[in-house]
Design a protein around this ligand. Structure first.
Ligand code: THU
Length: 147
């Protein structure tokens, strides 16, 4: 384990979140890539939201699992900060969020801890700030001239 492994946020059970993300993966709609992903996000006020990747024949309309979970959170009217994200993808190695998902996680959880797993070995555990260093987010945007 790395010495700088982020602390588990309060009320977060890494094993349980990853177990659920792995279970969700079965529901993925990934007929084109054959790469299934499940994700769970946890918010500071105790909510959990779930997502899977949803592909499309036009390819570019694909939604990632993390993105689906975050869309579900916002649609539910929840704006509490994201404190943890668990992602499980097919294959042995940890399924780390793609660049676009890192940006989306950062928007709602600039301190979020990401638990990424595949089907073998240890999960990768990293703060979103490590996955998206020097990220651009709402705080920085607010320094602009506004509308
Ligand atoms: N995928 C995710 O759902 N999340 C990620 O962070 C990585 C990629 C999905 C998108 C696509 O359906 C498949 O995995 C292959 O890229």
């Amino acid at each position: 384990m790395r010495p700088d492994r982020p602390e588990e946020p309060q009320g977060i059970d890494e094993v349980e979140l990853l177990r659920r993300a792995r279970e969700l993966r079965e529901r993925a709609y990934a007929p084109y890539s054959g790469f299934r992903v499940g994700a769970v996000i946890a918010t500071a006020d105790g909510h959990r939201f779930e997502g899977v990747n949803v592909e499309n024949a036009s390819y570019r309309l694909t939604s990632c699992a993390e993105q689906s979970a975050i869309t579900s959170m916002v649609s539910a009217g929840v704006r509490s900060e994201i404190v943890a994200v668990a992602v499980v993808g097919d294959g042995r190695e940890p399924c780390t969020p793609c660049g676009a998902c890192r940006q989306t996680i950062f928007e709602f959880g600039p301190q979020a801890v990401v638990y990424a797993s595949g089907d073998g070995g240890q999960p990768l555990v990293a703060g979103i700030g490590e996955l998206l260093p020097h990220g651009f987010g709402p705080k920085r945007l607010a320094q602009g001239r506004g509308t």
